[in-house]
Unconditional design. Structure first.
Length: 201
């Protein structure tokens, strides 16, 4: 089966992480994919013969390029995981020129959309589930998460002037205010949410 970039862009982010892990497994690595509820910045740990790679996976649209800010953020995985020999950033999108240069400087391997498509298609016998027919269900599930999250933010009594809570999609700390989350989901290219947030205003 041949996979296309468009299929990867429609895939559930967590499912895409498992697919990327299979690519590393085909190279002889043992992999561990972080649980969605326990994701702290590294999506996959891949190990082989004492060599360890920390892999971050971003399922973005083609127009959402990864720049130097994101590269700098994930380069800190070397500090978070001192035993890592390499940090890898995989995306279905592309990298800006500045991002690619900084990745080289900070020893972060950058793999863009066309490169990961080629890597996936080079793995013989890899089974890929077509998730395009589930888009309505996925959006419904995401809508339910958002409705519950916004409801909790608006009714929970807070003890500090500007409390912060985690985004349910990317775990970034956001001010516990409805508008802060709506702005985050609309403007933050590092968030895995695909929300059409005008619905929530």
């Amino acid at each position: 089966m041949v996979v296309t970039l468009q299929e990867l862009e429609r895939m559930d982010p967590y499912e895409f992480e498992h697919l990327v892990a299979q690519v590393w497994e085909s190279k002889g690595y043992d992999t561990e994919v972080s649980l969605q509820s326990q994701d702290r910045g590294v999506d996959i740990i891949a190990e082989k013969a004492g060599w360890k790679e920390a892999i971050q996976v971003k399922r973005y649209g083609s127009g959402n390029k990864i720049g130097s800010k994101t590269i700098r953020e994930y380069a800190t995985l070397y500090q978070q995981i001192p035993t890592a020999n390499k940090v890898v950033l995989v995306t279905t999108s592309t990298f800006t020129q500045e991002g690619e240069r900084l990745a080289d400087d900070l020893n972060v391997e950058s793999i863009n959309g066309s490169e990961i498509v080629d890597a996936i298609n080079d793995v013989e016998g890899l089974e890929i589930e077509d998730t395009s027919s589930n888009s309505e269900v996925d959006q419904h599930d995401q809508d339910a998460v958002v409705e519950e999250y916004l409801s909790q933010i608006s009714v929970k009594p807070w003890n500090s002037p500007k409390p912060r809570v985690k985004c349910p999609f990317c775990t970034k700390q956001i001010a516990a205010e409805r508008e802060s989350f709506l702005d985050h989901w609309k403007n933050n290219s590092d968030c895995d949410s695909d929300l059409q947030i005008e619905y929530y205003r």
